[in-house]
Write a new protein. Sequence first.
Length: 720
Amino acid sequence: MKFSGNAITVQSTDDGIAELCFDLQDESVNKFNALTLDELKEATTAIAADTSIKGVIVTSGKPVFIVGADITEFGALFGGSEESVREKILGINFEIFNAFEDLPVPTVAAINGIALGGGLEMALVCDYRVMSETAKIGLPETKLGIIPGYGGTTRLPRLIGADNAIEWIASGKEQKAEQAHKCGAVDAVVAPELLRDAAVSLLKQCIDGKLDFQAKRREKLEPLKLGKIEATMVFETSKAFVAGQAGPHYPAPVTAIKVMEKAAGMSRDDALKEEASGIAKMAGTLTAKNLVGLFLGDQVLGKTAKDLAKKARKVERAAVLGAGIMGGGIAYQSARKGTPIIMKDIAQAGIDLGLTEASKLLSKQVERGRMSAAEMAGVLARIQPSLGYDGFDNVDVVVEAIVENPKVKHAVLAETEAQIRDDAILASNTSTISITHLAEPLKRPENFCGMHFFNPVHRMPLVEIIRGEKTGEEAVARTVAYALAMGKKPVVVNDCPGFLVNRILMPYFGAFMGLVKRGVDFVSIDRSMERFGWPMGPAYLADVVGIDTGVHAGAVMAAGFPERMKYDFKTCHDVMFENERFGQKNGRGYYAYEPDKKGRPKKIVDESVAALLAPVVDGSETMSKEEIVDSMMIPMCLEAVRCLEDGIAASATDVDLSLIYGIGFPPFRGGALHYIDDYGMAEFVAKADELAEAAGPLRALYQPTEKLREMAASGGAFFG
Ligand SMILES: NC(=O)c1ccc[n+]([C@@H]2O[C@H](COP(=O)([O-])OP(=O)(O)OC[C@H]3O[C@@H](n4cnc5c(N)ncnc54)[C@H](O)[C@@H]3O)[C@@H](O)[C@H]2O)c1
């Protein structure tokens, strides 16, 4: 027989072996989109009708097997009521995947590359699976806020046991071939070049009756083999553990376990109904909507950056000025990802500190088995410490990361410009100072831009690439290329004090200062914001960033946006600063810090702080958790709106992803602009107006823009 579609082809040989090959035309990968599902249905019907076929191997015509469902089609798949989603998913399962699983002939999947989500679920409907040593498989759906929906929670536990399946599904992690084989997810692992032959040979053994494929298949059709006590143990323990790990805002991992628990005693078909109910319920959550949106936004962001980077010359060698917290981190990250870097400081002590930090980070990786000692030595060798400008005439990019002082930066940038090639790019890691202003003393301002990393550099994905008034396109493109080479997520923004992320963060701190002034306890503010989903509350965050840094940045922002960010009262930050409570760096800020067992600073409530703050507190308000959240989030979200309106960011997606990647905005909330949409734009504007009344001197922070009011009045939204 022969079936030839745009996603699937089937060809059979004279000895009755059919090969069903996934090869989605005009795409670099295979994925389960509507077309592929339709063709799988057609192909399965054709195979079932052809009595000359004795067995089927399932292959891929691409370097991957199947990467999963087509996430761009989730909107269509998950649109409508919970019941209609359930029906849709059940239809796909019964009419397509079960139909394939129930073919009268044996089936073997040849997994040549990545098989994730629906890709692995396709392999699971086959009777046997052979996997290439280099392939990876997994069910990552819970990372998107949903659960596997094409039979993953049904078939995987029946194949590898409930405990393993829970681990795979709740973590969403990719599994290597060795692990997959060990727990029975695949039947054989072979070298890539032997894969097809191995799959055919396995299939022939089934056809010849040497392997009982029907018995193998039956395991997936019957209830899970698990005693009652055993089941209670495995499901109850894991539910508690996973709920603790995922937290209340991420319900999918626990839902997946509950589905597997309920379905454990059921036949395949009943278990699939349970699974369909579970995915339909999860698909309707805001968490799923926002995590899926985040995934899609990230793809757009990545593509935009890659397209820009293609236009630039590759960065072969770099240099960083300053070996402090940021410079040291930049040198480490550059070297770790393969770009050699000169790390220059004016003080030997600075250099020693930078190198010690890099060594510490690398040693940890060696301890964890992620890197060999030789690789570590290689990374360190790519960092060339220096007290002078030797070698600067041979670098493609220099990142300046010295003290946050415009005068010092002006002098050092001009001095550096004289030491580098005419075509080298100079970038500043300033966190607040306008790039246009910093460019003033430069002879080649077109070769200058901002390259703003977030602390700690090795962990925070975002890098803002800032275009000053005179910045040229090559400067932007090459800096984007360098950020990508460092494994970061670059977002190009226009210039203003604080750029995108710090500009949006400042009103959040302003709101915090306003609440403390009105008598709201900062510990309860922190608690409310952490419950909302932030990794740390604002007082704790201020301590981690450094109160001195915060006060300094606040002054720059106040000069830039006096109408909203200049406060005519003494703030709680000012009090901390005056009392030299700089935060974690000197062991005391809003909280006190003591080293924990591992030597990391542990936060403790310091009773003396309330008395220190008393003189700047002129109210005694108590607020509900919801009021605290509204009072804190609205100024931040409104500044995000202004940044979009002012053209600081190119799109709403850029704004939201920058907040998630730069300052840990809760991903399940999708970012500040998604938050406004989810809140209801009209409700958001009304709430802002209500809070403005009560905000006294901080009223301006709560004032919606005219454009936002218009959007709200006409039922608009930032995302479709
Ligand atoms: N710390 C953060 O969280 C953070 C985050 C983003 C951006 N930034 C920005 O990064 C820059 C550096 O901040 P940091 O926290 O790493 O400061 P830091 O004080 O830890 O380090 C600054 C280093 O620069 C060195 N230095 C001073 N003058 C120099 C010169 N002329 N040539 C070479 N080295 C010189 C100092 O000796 C010191 O080692 C600042 O502009 C800051 O605003 C900081």
